[in-house]
Design a protein around this ligand. Sequence first.
Ligand code: PHE
Length: 452
Amino acid sequence: MSNAAPAGRAHWSSRWAFILVTAGSAIGLGNIWKFPYMTGTNGGSAFVLVYLACIIGIGVPLLMAETLLGRRGQENPADTMRIVAAEARASQWWQIVGYIGILGALFILSFYSVVAGWILDYTFLAMKGFAGASKESLAQTFSQLLADPVKLIAWHTAFMAINVAVVAGGVTAGIERANKIMMPALLAIVLVLIGYGFVAADMGAAFRFMFHFDFSAISSKVILSAMGHSFFTLSLGMGAIMTYGSYLGRDTSIARTCLYISVADTGIALLAGLAIFAIVFAQGLEPAAGPGLILQTLPLAFSQMPGGGVIGVLFFLLVVFAAWTSSISLIEPATAWLIERFGLRRSRAVWIVCLTTWLLGIAVALSFNDWSEVRFFGLNIFDFLDTLTTKIMMPLAGLLIALFTGWVMKRAHVEDEIGLGGGAFHLWFNVLRFLSPLAIVVIFLNVIGVIG
Ligand code: PHE
């Protein structure tokens, strides 16, 4: 069968284009900024172990299921769920899954863009060079940035602006092509940093911290954080994967492409973690420093390594790029919904989505300074939006996707879409029906203290 689009709806040019843009969505700040700092604040190897288990037992099967629903429905997340529910003669309430995604993606984007703004700021700092940087001076640079609402909002605005430009033009061949160059370049620089870790920092300590598994350090907090992060890093449950899947041609094996994407995503996260912790331990820094971790560690390496000036600028630029290819996928679900449900022009839909998120992002930027006392459930606005999305909305949407695909959809339709034969199909289908939903529910219950 051909990849040809049904009239009026765009499709990726090939299977590789889908792999590229979906890996572009998955690989982002989650891998390079969030994974290392979460590993640091959650005790290292315990977090890594649970994270890997969640990727395999929950993340990968769900990535396949969400892509499958998108391709079957061929619409934005809300209408996709309406269509696949109707096909299965199930309740229209399943559309809720789509709405959780559309809304959650906007919440994520509002803080994602502020953090991408930090990286933009550091790209410019890197151009001036980090000569003479010390751990004290870097800690101060970061806290000064957080204390400056004007700067934070300016960078957040700049990041949203480059997103409007791309998504308004449709997700063009330009971004597909740029991905092809930038993603391998990012991998190359991460490998350079790993090399630096071996030569000039403490790679042994980094390995021990991340892979010397200590089961006693696993707590319910670690488990919930790791599960949440496995959703975040694979872009699950937020409509991004469903929307990208809806632009996928019928001749693609969903299972295989999803596997490639997951391996690339996990690989980049582990490499980034090793590179960063090698510096943390060599310099006597605090692994549990929190969200500023990469900004307080990597500049030290850049200030010392030969060619560090150029490598530093390139590194931050590529992280901005990785964030950009992810944020595009956070904008697309709501945009597609406005276009397909209300008949808006693409450019107008993108403006509505981006202005709304921009406003929310201002509140996030202020939560580090003037509004730091504004609290929801004891959390500032930044932490609240992060917790709400990664620990609640994403697992909830994931649970519903697993239940829908595993129990509600006609099995023949699932088999027809997924492109897996025999034993592999049974394995995936049973994991999706039993293991993934059970794991999500048990982790939830455990955390709210009902059991365990
Ligand atoms: N996966 C992206 C990252 O790791 C974030 C993301 C989450 C993108 C949800 C889309 C949807 O940075």
